[in-house]
Ligand binder design. Structure first.
Ligand code: WT7
Length: 586
């Protein structure tokens, strides 16, 4: 299995009911004369009209005659099931919007969803957009500090959560003057405190008709927090017009057709779970299935089989975990409904592409994008030959290039490494970082949007990922900012100084490794290592927790005293340090 080998027809033929041409037709044809107005026309959106995403995902689909079609088929960890039609989605999102509005939440205010993948998460997401408020989804495994940092920055007025997450919300709330309302979706007989209100989706009177907020193309919609190298996470601000890109990329890259059953196993705390776990499929009027349970090969295969999933959007770490389980569990299940597989979040290694083709009869198609791009920007399209290990080609309507790392001029010759740059201006690109115009300005140079990723492009126009251009750690497809981890480490009473870097990992690609110096009188020990790990896990999240802590006498610094993570990272990866004299400059 060599890097770059082109994959032909599947080796293993599974029974397929029908083979239909891909929605994109051919990539070459789709690129010729492309304009985003293709998508605007299909959405029935005329310039000057309001374009509320919430309305487009529910009311519009009902008007297309799909009111009784399932929108969400949900399965809980204990096997509980719920099914919501597009009409339920329309009415229940109305109900949520009206209920929040009556409690004083207004357009433009930030409402956080701090929920497991329960049905309320999906319905409230749509409802908050209908109200014209900004939806801020956060991963429910976040600890109180990760939660508080993001709510404080966004000036969030309302958090929608579950009983089990209330203790974390309550602790965070002591730091949050703007947080007026905490909504509990499963309060039952729990004793609620000041500003805490129960919302019971089943008991609340259904609101049949609701006046949806007339969002304009540039009205803020979704606020996702993402990690950078320096400082706390940044709020990536999306707008309602993002729908245009999310709708069309879902249709052309994920190839969703009217009768598909689609599964995106990403959590809506991350952008994949909203762009392609809510907006993309529902704007296409497609049924999606959700499993509110963690990874398990047997569980996932049973789910794919039982739900007759046809299109599956997953991630390299999950695929590597499935590979570890081998073919035996695959063959125990009837996965013949599957017809298209895609992946995002980290480099998809060639072995995973070949393995999936052999195991499922279908190769995973790598797709590349970021929180900031809002939609897939480089991808392998159905019908286009895959070069295993490559991210594919730019989406029609996206201009991508490899830029010289110093001049930011496009590099013409194939194979030379540079920064992956994009011409700004596609509909779902973020319009700024919340409260942080300087951070946003740094994302542009010489007329290009800078992804912060290094790559190459080959003579056939395929893009290849090389690595990140910064110190951000990508663990299992989730970005972790070293600064946030270092800050949490410094709060531990034994820690004097800290540095967090990536360490290679066979499954998660990278994990967090911390280097710390201790305060005088404190001694390194395995117990202290465990204690510090748990300290970070509780404050931040299991993902941000260092998997290893090295106690060191000192940390590498620049001449002016700034800690240089790159030296530590290079050691972990066994890479040469290069010119250390310049490394030590500020
Ligand atoms: C970063 C963006 C976009 C959804 C999930 C992540 C890395 C993403 C790939 C890929 C290699 C990838 C990049 C990128 N990344 N997709 N196909 N191959 N790397 O969104 O949290 O904003 O992370 O994930 O480094 O910049 P995100």
């Amino acid at each position: 299995m060599r890097n770059g080998e082109t994959i032909g027809p599947a080796l293993l033929e599974l029974p397929r009911t029908e083979v239909r041409p891909p929605n994109i037709g051919s990539w070459e044809e789709a690129r010729k004369g492309f304009a985003w107005s293709v998508a605007e026309r299909e959405l029935g959106w005329g310039r000057g009209d309001p374009v509320n995403i919430g309305w487009n995902l529910s009311d519009r689909i009902c008007r297309l005659g799909r009111a009784q079609k399932p929108a969400l088929v949900w399965e809980g960890a204990e096997g509980q099931e719920r099914c919501y039609t597009f009409d339920d989605l329309r009415v229940l999102s109305n109900t949520m919007a009206a209920w929040l509005g009556e409690r004083g939440v207004g357009p433009g205010e930030r409402v956080c969803l701090f929920l497991d993948r329960v049905p309320e998460l999906y319905l409230a997401f749509v409802g908050i957009l209908k109200l014209g408020a900004v939806v801020q989804p956060l991963f429910s495994a976040f600890g109180e500090e990760s939660l508080a940092t993001r709510l404080l920055d966004a000036g969030t007025c309302c958090v929608v959560t579950q009983r089990k997450h209330l203790p974390k919300v309550r602790r965070a709330r002591t730091l949050l003057p703007d947080l007026r309302l905490v909504v509990v979706v499963d309060a039952g007989d729990a004793k609620l405190g000041e500003g805490e209100v129960a919302f019971d989706l089943d008991a609340e009177p259904r609101v049949e008709s609701y006046e949806v907020f007339p969002a304009q193309p540039e009205t803020p919609s979704v606020l996702h927090y993402t990690s950078g190298t320096t400082g706390q996470p940044k709020g990536a601000q999306h707008v309602h017009r993002s729908l245009v890109s999310q709708f069309l990329t879902t249709k052309w890259v994920l190839d969703l057709k009217e009768d598909d059953v689609y599964w995106c196993n990403a959590d809506p705390g991350w952008v994949t779970g909203t762009s392609y776990g809510i907006i993309g499929p529902w704007s296409n009027g497609v049924t999606q299935v959700v499993l509110d349970a963690g990874f398990g090969a047997e569980r996932w295969y049973s789910f794919l089989e039982k739900r007759r999933v046809t299109v599956w959007y997953s991630a390299p770490t999950a695929i590597r975990l499935l590979m570890k389980e081998g073919l035996v569990p695959v063959r125990r299940h009837d996965l013949s409904a599957l017809r298209h597989l895609a992946s995002v979040g980290e480099p998809l290694n060639p072995e995973a592409v070949h393995w999936s083709r052999d195991a499922y009869g279908l190769p995973f198609h790598d797709t590349f994008w970021q929180t900031e791009t809002g939609c897939i920007v480089v991808s392998n399209y159905p019908g286009m030959p895959i070069k295993a290990g490559s991210m594919g080609k730019p989406f029609p309507g996206i201009t991508a290039a490899i830029l010289d790392l110093k001049t930011f001029e496009p590099i013409a010759e194939p194979g030379r490494v540079g920064m992956i740059g994009l011409v700004p201006g596609w509909p779902s690109m973020i319009r700024g970082y919340w409260n942080n115009p300087a951070g946003y300005a740094k994302k542009f140079a010489n007329g290009w949007y800078l992804t912060g990723d290094r790559g190459t492009v080959d003579a056939d126009g395929y893009f290849w990922f090389v690595g990140r251009d910064d110190d951000v750690i990508n663990t299992g497809g989730h970005l972790v900012g070293p600064f946030e981890v270092e800050s949490a480490l410094l709060e531990h009473p034994a820690v004097a100084e800290s540095a967090a870097v990536a360490k290679p990992d066979p499954v998660n690609m990278e994990v967090v490794k911390a280097f710390v110096t201790l305060k005088p009188g404190r001694e390194a020990s395995p117990d202290l290592e465990l204690e510090i790990m748990n300290f970070v896990r509780k404050r931040l999240s299991p993902i941000a927790m260092p998997q290893e802590i090295a106690f060191v006498p000192s940390l590498p610094r620049t001449r002016s005293g700034k800690i240089v993570r790159r030296v530590l990272r290079a050691q972990e990866f066994g890479e040469p340090l290069g010119d250390v004299s310049t490394l030590m400059e500020d």
